[in-house]
Ligand binder design. Structure first.
Ligand SMILES: Cc1cc2nc3c(=O)[nH]c(=O)nc-3n(C[C@H](O)[C@H](O)[C@H](O)COP(=O)(O)OP(=O)(O)OC[C@H]3O[C@@H](n4cnc5c(N)ncnc54)[C@H](O)[C@@H]3O)c2cc1C
Length: 415
C-alpha cells in the first residue's frame, strides 16, 4: 500500500487524484482464521493491529455488523485524558494517551491528535478535595496533572463564567497533554494498517451465534455463513451482553444510551476541553468550529442509539450557566451511542468461561481515549492466553472477588 506523504499528495494533485487506492480491502470471509474479532470499532481494530504488529499474528478477521467505526467509536466526543484515580486505570489510560502522541506517524494516517489540554472543573468543596487527591495519585503514577485555581481556569478558557449562578468555579484538575483526536480517523487509520498486514475486515456481517465443542469456541455463525476460528475476541461495546449470552455466560454490565450534540460552527473561541461534572455537561470546539457538547446517560437500559430529550435540556442548561455564550448558539445535530457500563465504572479485559474466547468491554462512557492502550493489552491477552500487566487487574473474576477498581468519580460526567 502506498505511503501517505506530502509527495504523494503533490503527485496525485498532478493527476486529478486518480491514483489513490482504496484504504482497506473488502474481502469475502475465509472458512477459518487464527483469530476472529467481533466488532470493528476502535477497540477491535486496535486489537487486530497490535496482534499483527506486536505478535506477528495476521491471519485475523474483524467482523462488523454495520460499517467500521459506526458504533460508539464514530459517535463520541473524542476526549482523551488519563487522569484516573486508581493505579490500574492510570496505567492503561496513560499508555493509551502516550500511543496517541505518535499514532499519526505509527499508522501513517493523520488522526489529528490535538493535546490542547483537558480541565475538569471543581465546583464544590468535595470536588476540590477529590481532584486534589487525584492529582496527588497521578503524581505517584507518573501521570502529569495539576490542580489549578479559578483565575488560571479563566485564563485558559476566557469564555467560562467563574461566578456561576448555582456553582461558582473553584478550580480544576488540569491535564495539559490531554485533548482530542478525530474519532473516525482513528478507526480508519487502524483499518488501513490492518488491511495492509493482510487481515480481513468484513463489514455488513452480523455474528448471530457462537459455535462450540467441548467447552471451546469453534467459530461464529454470521449473516455471511459460518466462520471458524482458533480464538475468538468480543469487542462489541454496548452489545457485549448479547455476545456473551450467545456464548452461554452473563456479564456484570448494563447497556445505556449516551448522547452528544454539536452546534453550528462559530469562530475559534475555546482551545481547551472543559468538563463540568457538578452541573453535568462538557464542551470543546471541533476543528470545523462546532461546539461539541456531551451530557449524561439515560437512566434506563436501552439499545436505541438515540438518547432522550430531557438530557439535551439538562445538558444545555448546565452549559449555559458555565458558558453563557452558548445561549446564542443554534444546535445542528444530536445523536446517541449505546455504552457498556460496569458497576465499578472500569473495563473488562478478560478470559471467559470458554478457554479460547476473550472479552473486552465495559469502557462505558469513556473508552475512546483508551483505544490504543486497550488494543495493546487485549492483543497480549489473545496472543498469550493470559493477561499482561496492563490487563491483569481488569479480569471478570474481580466482580466475584470484590476487587473493584472504583472509578465512579473519575468517570463522573464520564468521557
Ligand atoms: C455520545 C458519546 C460520547 C462519548 N464521548 C467519549 C469521549 O469524549 N471520550 C472517550 O474516551 N469516550 C467517549 N465515549 C465512549 C467511547 O465512544 C466508547 O467507549 C468506545 O468508542 C468504544 O469503542 P468500541 O470499539 O469498544 O465500540 P464500538 O465503536 O461501539 O464498536 C463495536 C462494534 O461492534 C459491532 N457489533 C456489535 N454487535 C455485533 C455483532 N453481533 N456482530 C458484528 N458486529 C457487532 C457494532 O456494530 C460496533 O461497530 C462516548 C460515547 C458516546 C456514545
Amino acid at each position: 500500500m502506498k505511503r501517505y506523504s506530502v509527495f504523494a499528495i503533490a503527485r496525485e494533485a498532478m493527476r486529478y487524484h486518480q491514483g489513490w487506492e482504496k484504504a482497506w480491502a473488502s474481502p469475502a470471509p475465509k472458512k477459518k482464521y487464527d483469530v476472529v474479532i467481533v466488532g470493528a470499532g476502535g477497540h477491535g481494530l486496535a486489537t487486530a493491529y497490535y496482534l499483527g504488529k506486536n505478535f506477528g499474528i495476521t491471519n485475523v478477521a474483524i467482523i462488523e455488523k454495520g460499517w467500521l467505526g459506526g458504533g460508539n467509536t464514530g459517535r463520541n466526543t473524542t476526549i482523551i485524558r488519563s487522569n484516573y484515580l486508581q493505579d490500574p486505570s492510570a496505567a492503561i489510560y496513560e499508555k493509551a494517551r502516550g500511543l496517541y502522541e505518535t499514532m499519526s506517524q505509527d499508522l501513517n494516517y493523520n488522526v489529528m491528535f490535538s493535546p490542547r489540554g483537558v480541565m475538569m472543573l471543581a465546583q464544590t468543596e468535595a470536588e476540590i478535595r477529590g481532584y486534589k487527591r487525584t492529582a496527588q495519585a497521578n503524581a505517584y503514577q507518573g501521570v502529569k496533572t495539576e490542580f489549578i485555581g479559578a483565575e488560571r481556569v479563566k485564563e485558559l478558557c476566557p469564555i467560562i463564567r467563574i461566578d456561576g449562578p448555582r456553582y461558582p468555579v473553584l478550580g480544576a484538575l488540569w491535564q495539559e497533554r490531554g485533548g482530542t483526536a478525530r474519532h473516525d480517523a482513528v478507526a480508519w487509520g487502524y483499518a488501513r494498517a490492518c488491511s495492509n498486514m493482510g487481515m480481513d475486515i468484513i463489514q455488513q456481517c452480523e455474528v448471530t451465534a457462537v459455535t462450540q465443542e467441548n467447552g471451546k469456541v469453534t467459530g461464529v455463525e454470521t449473516s455471511k455463513g459460518h466462520i471458524g476460528c482458533n480464538k475468538l475476541a468480543s469487542l462489541v461495546a454496548g452489545n457485549s451482553g448479547h455476545l456473551a449470552n450467545m456464548a452461554g455466560f452473563n456479564l456484570p454490565m448494563e447497556s445505556v444510551a449516551l448522547q452528544a450534540l454539536v452546534s453550528e460552527p462559530i469562530k475559534p473561541c475555546m482551545d481547551v476541553v472543559v468538563m463540568a461534572n457538578t452541573v453535568h455537561g462538557y464542551m470543546s470546539q471541533s476543528d470545523k468550529g462546532e461546539m461539541v457538547i456531551g451530557g449524561g446517560t439515560d437512566a434506563f437500559n436501552n439499545f436505541t442509539q438515540r438518547g432522550s430529550f430531557h438530557h439535551i435540556e439538562e445538558t444545555v442548561r448546565a452549559l449555559i450557566e458555565t458558558f453563557p455564550m452558548v445561549s446564542r448558539l443554534k444546535m445542528l445535530r444530536q445523536w446517541g451511542g449505546i455504552v457498556d457500563v460496569t458497576g465499578d465504572r472500569s473495563p473488562i479485559i478478560s478470559k471467559t468461561p470458554l478457554g479460547n474466547m476473550f472479552i473486552n468491554g465495559g469502557w462505558g462512557t469513556g473508552g475512546f481515549k483508551s483505544i490504543p492502550g486497550s488494543g495493546w493489552a487485549m492483543a497480549e491477552l489473545v496472543a498469550n492466553g493470559e493477561p499482561g500487566p496492563l490487563a491483569a487487574e481488569f479480569g471478570l473474576d474481580r466482580f466475584r472477588q470484590g476487587r473493584f477498581i472504583d472509578e465512579s468519580v473519575a468517570a463522573g460526567v464520564a468521557h
